[in-house]
Unconditional design. Structure first.
Length: 336
C-alpha cells in the first residue's frame, strides 16, 4: 500500500529550527536562496485542502533557504480560507475554485485588494472501493441520481434506479448494495466545483435546490474520505486527483461520461480538458499585505519560479502549460 498524502490538515508551522534541519539534510536550494535570500518575517496561508499540499511543499523549500521566515499553511477549505483572507487575517488564500462574487464583495467592503494566480490543474475524482465491480463509469445524470438533492434518504445504490431512469442516466440500474457516501462538505471548494459541474444544471432544470443530498458523511479531511471509501465495498465519494493518485492501490476511480464517452482521470486527460471534472487551482495574494509584509513578495516569487512550481507534480497535480505559466507570472509582476 502506498503511503498516503501527508495530512497537512490542521496546521503546518514551518519553524526556523525545523527548516535548518531540513536544509542540512540535503537537496539543492540554490534557486531558492536566489529568491528572498536573507528575508525575515512570516507568511500566513489558509484555504483549500486540495491546494494545501502544493503550498506546504513550497513553504518548506522556501523556509529551508530562508530559515528566519516562518510559514504557516492550513487547509480548512476554500470558503473558510476566503473568509479569513477577506478579514485581513492571512497573506495568501489557497483556492480550488475562483472567488465567488459574494466573497469578492466582502473583500472589497473590507478594503482587501488581491491578485488571482492560477498555479495548477486538478481533476475532481469520483471514487468507490476496488471491490465494487458493478460500477465503472457514471454520467452526470447517474451522479445526480445518487448524490443530488432528490436522492435524500436513498440507502442503497438501487434506490436511485427510478430517478436514474427518469433522468435518462446511462448506467442505471445500479447494484443492490448499501450506498455509503463520504465526501467534502460545503466549506470545501471541491464541493462547490463538484456541485457547479455536476449538479447545478440538472437541479435548476428540475426546479430543485442546487446542492447535494445532506445525508452523507461530510469531512474537511481528505484522508478521512479516502479511509472511508477504501474501507467500504459499496462506497461513493469524491476528492481532488492528487489524493486519489497517492492512494490508487486502495481506491477505484470511476470514469466520468461528460457526453463524449467514459474518461478516466489522468494527468493527460486533466491537462487537455478531456476529463469532464478538470479544474484550475489558484492562490490569491493580498496586495494590502504585500505593502506591509516584506516576506510576502519573495515567497510568491519563489512559488512561481520553476523550482516552486515543480512542487505541483511532486504533489501529484498537473502542471500548467508554459503559456499559462507565463500569464500567471505576468499577472503577478503587474500586481507588484
Amino acid at each position: 500500500m502506498r503511503t498516503k498524502k501527508r495530512p497537512f490538515a490542521a496546521l503546518i508551522l514551518v519553524l526556523a529550527v525545523v527548516a535548518a534541519a531540513c536544509g542540512s539534510a540535503g537537496g539543492d536550494t540554490t534557486n531558492t536562496a536566489a529568491i528572498g535570500d536573507g528575508v525575515t518575517g512570516s507568511v500566513r496561508v489558509s484555504g483549500s485542502s486540495t491546494v494545501e499540499p502544493i503550498t506546504a511543499r513550497v513553504g518548506e523549500a522556501f523556509n529551508a533557504a530562508n530559515p528566519t521566515v516562518g510559514i504557516t499553511v492550513e487547509g480548512p477549505g476554500t470558503g473558510d480560507g476566503f473568509a479569513r483572507f477577506c478579514a485581513g487575517e492571512t497573506d495568501v488564500s489557497d483556492a480550488s475554485r475562483p472567488i465567488k462574487d459574494a466573497e469578492a464583495e466582502t473583500c472589497a467592503a473590507a478594503g482587501i485588494e488581491y491578485v488571482e494566480l492560477e498555479i495548477a490543474f486538478d481533476g475532481i475524482t469520483v471514487l468507490t472501493s476496488p471491490e465494487n465491480d458493478a460500477v465503472s463509469c457514471l454520467d452526470f445524470n447517474d451522479i445526480y441520481a445518487l448524490v443530488g438533492p432528490e436522492s435524500e434518504g436513498f440507502s442503497s445504490w438501487s434506490d436511485a434506479d427510478d430517478l436514474g431512469a427518469e433522468l435518462g442516466a446511462s448506467h442505471a440500474p445500479y447494484p443492490d448494495e448499501a450506498l455509503v457516501i463520504t465526501a467534502p462538505g460545503e466549506e470545501s471548494g471541491t464541493y462547490d466545483t463538484f456541485i457547479e459541474f455536476v449538479i447545478k444544471d440538472i437541479a435548476e432544470e428540475r426546479g430543485q435546490e442546487v446542492a447535494s443530498r445532506a445525508d452523507y458523511q461530510a469531512s474537511a479531511n481528505d484522508n478521512v474520505i479516502i479511509d472511508n471509501i477504501s474501507g467500504d465495498p459499496a462506497s461513493l465519494g469524491w476528492v481532488g486527483y492528487a489524493f486519489y493518485a497517492e492512494n490508487a492501490d486502495v481506491l477505484k476511480a470511476i470514469e466520468i461520461d461528460g457526453g463524449d464517452g467514459c474518461v478516466a482521470p489522468s494527468d493527460a486527460a486533466i491537462a487537455d480538458g478531456s476529463y469532464p471534472l478538470a479544474r484550475p487551482l489558484f492562490i490569491y495574494v493580498s496586495l494590502n499585505k504585500l505593502a506591509e509584509n516584506s516576506a510576502l513578495a519573495p515567497f510568491v516569487d519563489y512559488y512561481l519560479s520553476d523550482e516552486g512550481l515543480s512542487t505541483v507534480t511532486e504533489a501529484d497535480y498537473v502542471s500548467l502549460p508554459d503559456d499559462q505559466v507565463a500569464e500567471t507570472r505576468t499577472a503577478w509582476s503587474d500586481a507588484k
